[in-house]
Design a protein around this ligand. Sequence first.
Ligand code: THU
Length: 154
Amino acid sequence: MNITTETWTKLHDLAVEAMRTAYCPYSGYPVGAAGIAEDGTYYSGCNIENAGYGVGLCAECGLVSAFVRGGGHRLVAVACVNGNSEPVVPCGRCRQVLYEHGGPDMLLAMPAGIMPMSDVLPYGFGQNDLEDVATSTFKPAEAAANTEEGGRDE
Ligand code: THU
């Protein structure tokens, strides 16, 4: 899919709209994220913090949740903005979350310009890495059964 200037503008505008709904009473740092799927459908999300600081959700998590719930198959392009409506880099965890649904070719509007995910998360861990383990000779279930209690090997 060709991501036109109009599409990037729409993604930016949707991300700003989402950012304005952020729930971030603890950090005061609102974030909005918007993405377009391969069928042209747009999705967005905002960060949602929590009194249990560690369980706060990033804007990209909201975006991916809406995308999967909406039946999207592949994220093609994503834009994230901060409270100044400027592009913001996704945190490390969110790079991984986005990689699952966009792969290395997904495009991201970064502060430095538009970049493919392969530049934002080089050597990303994906489904193919799990398939490689299917050929592993080590079987965790057998190892557990071979210990005295049949449980964890201390
Ligand atoms: N945040 C996001 O929503 N996405 C990111 O990729 C970076 C950080 C949020 C988490 C937290 O609510 C606030 O920004 C400050 O870290």
